[in-house]
Design a protein around this ligand. Sequence first.
Ligand SMILES: NC(=O)C1=CN([C@@H]2O[C@H](COP(=O)(O)OP(=O)(O)OC[C@H]3O[C@@H](n4cnc5c(N)ncnc54)[C@H](O)[C@@H]3O)[C@@H](O)[C@H]2O)[C@@H](O)CC1
Ligand SMILES: [K+]
Length: 515
Amino acid sequence: MNMPTTERPLPYALYRAEQVRALDRCAIERHHIPGEVLMERAGAAAFGLLRARWPQARRIAVLVGPGNNGGDGYVVARLCLGAGLRVDLLQLGEHRHLEGEAALAARAFAQAGGAGRAWRALPADADLIVDGLLGTGLQRPVAGVWAQAIGAVNGARAPVLALDIPSGLSADTGAVLGAAVEADTTLSFIGLKQGMFTGRGPDCCGEIRFDGLQVPPGIYAGEILSARRLDWRKEAALLPRRRRSAHKGDCGHVLVVGGAPGMSGAARLAAEAALRGGAGLVTLATHPQHAPWLNLTRPELMVQGVDDPAALVPLAQRATVIAVGPGLGQGPWGRAFLQQVLRLERPMVLDADALNLIAADGVGDGSMAAAAADSPPWPSQWVLTPHPGEAARLLGCSVADVEANRFVAARRLQERYGGTVVLKGAGSLILGPGHRPVGVCSQGNPGMASAGMGDVLTGIIAALLGQGLSPEQAAGAGVCLHAAAGDRAARQGQRGLIAGDLIDALRSTLALAEE
Ligand SMILES: NC(=O)C1=CN([C@@H]2O[C@H](COP(=O)(O)OP(=O)(O)OC[C@H]3O[C@@H](n4cnc5c(N)ncnc54)[C@H](O)[C@@H]3O)[C@@H](O)[C@H]2O)[C@@H](O)CC1
Ligand SMILES: [K+]
C-alpha cells in the first residue's frame, strides 16, 4: 500500500530544477505516465496532506500561477471543493490561455463548479493558504504584483502549504529571488530540490514533506546527483568500533593551536570538543599568558604555553591531527604560528583566523600559501571550515555573493584551496576533492547561532580525523554530529543555547549513533 505523504521518510538524493524537469520528462516520455496523471497525483497528495494536517480548515485560499505549479494548485482546489470546503482560487499571471496539463486541471476545476479570480488580496478569514504560484519554473527575480502577493501570504495569519517548492525560492541555490513564500509546510514532488536545504531554503520551506508521485524508481538512475542530504547516523557509523583493549594512543592525539591574548576561550572550546568527540589525547598549544589556567576546570587537557613557533614541531610529532584557528588572532603571534603549522605534515582543520590570515595573504603569492606549498601532499588532508564571511574573504567576494549560490561558492573554495571544504551556515555544505555530490546537513537549529559553535565544530572534526576517518568523512560526520548534538541540547530551549551545552550533549549523541 502507498504510505501517506505525512508518514513518508525524506529521501537523501537532492536535485537541481533542470534535473527534476528531466525526471518528469522521463516519467512522461519513457514510462508513458501522462503529465496530467502526475499532476493529479501531486494535487491529490497535497490535498491528503492538507486534510491530515489541518482537519479544521474550512476556507482555503489557493494561489495559482500560469504554469504547472498552478496546475497542481487547480487540482488541490477542485479536491477541496469536492470535500465541501470553501475555496478562493486567486490567479496571478495570464490564465486565459493556460497550456497542457495546467489547462486540463483548470478546466476540471471549472467543471466541478469552481471559479477563479485575479489576485487582489487574500481573504482575511482564510484558514489555510496553498501556494501554487511558482515551482521549478522560476526563471527570474519575483517583482511587482507577484512580490505583493508573496508579501501578503507571508503577512497572513493563516498557515501556508507550498506546492513543490515555496514560490520565489531558487530550487538550485537556496537563495530568495526577489521575494519568497515562507511556508509552514512544503510538499515536494518527484525529487527533493537542493535549494530547499541550504541558505534561505529551510526558512522558506518550513517542514518538508515528499511525494514521489509513484514514478518508477528506474527514472532516477539517469541523473548524476550533485548533492545529497547526509544521514547523521550513517555518517557517525563510519567511526571504527573501539576494541576492548583500546588505549588512548589508539584514539588520536589532537593538537589545537590557538588562543592569542584575550582569545583563549575559543581554543579551549575546540580542545574540549575534541575530547568529547572521542580523541584519546588533546594538547592545546596557546599563548603563555593564559596557559597556566586554561585547563583548571578541564584537567584532562594538556596545555602548553608557546611563544616560539619552533616549539610546535615536537608537539606536532606527538599529534596525529592539528586544529588551528580558533582564537588564533591575526596578529604577529597568530601569523607566525599558522605559518609553522602549514609546514607540518599532519592532517589538519583550518578555521576562523587561520582562514582570515590565509585570505589576507592572498592566494598563490602570499607567505601562507607559500608555506603550504612547501609540503604539497598536505592540502589534500585539509579541512577548511569557513562561515559565509570567511568564505567571502577567501574568495575575494561579498557575503551576498556567497549566499547567492552556496553550492558554487563551496566548489570554488574547494578548487582554489584543495582539501575538503565545509561551508557553514543553515544547511552546511561539505565538499571534498573529486566529483562526489556535495553533502548537505539538514539537522541543526537557530539556537546554534551563538558564539563558539564554530570552535566546537573544529574540535569535533579534528577528533574524528584522529580516530581514522578521511578528511571528507570527518567533515561530513563532524558537521552532522555537531548539528545533531545541537538539536539534542536544544530540547531544553533554543534561545540561550551555548557552545558548552553542545559539548555536553556530544557524548550522548555519539552513543545514540552507535546504537
Ligand atoms: N508534468 C510535470 O512536469 C509535473 C510538474 N509539476 C509541477 O510543475 C511545476 C513546474 O511547472 P512549470 O515548468 O510550468 O513552471 P512553474 O509553474 O514553476 O512556473 C512557470 C511559469 O511562471 C512564470 N514565471 C517564472 N518566473 C517568474 C517570476 N519570477 N515572476 C512571474 N512569473 C514567473 C513563467 O513565465 C511560466 O509562466 C513543478 O514545480 C510542479 O509543481 C507537478 O505537477 C508534477 C508533474
Ligand atoms: K509553489
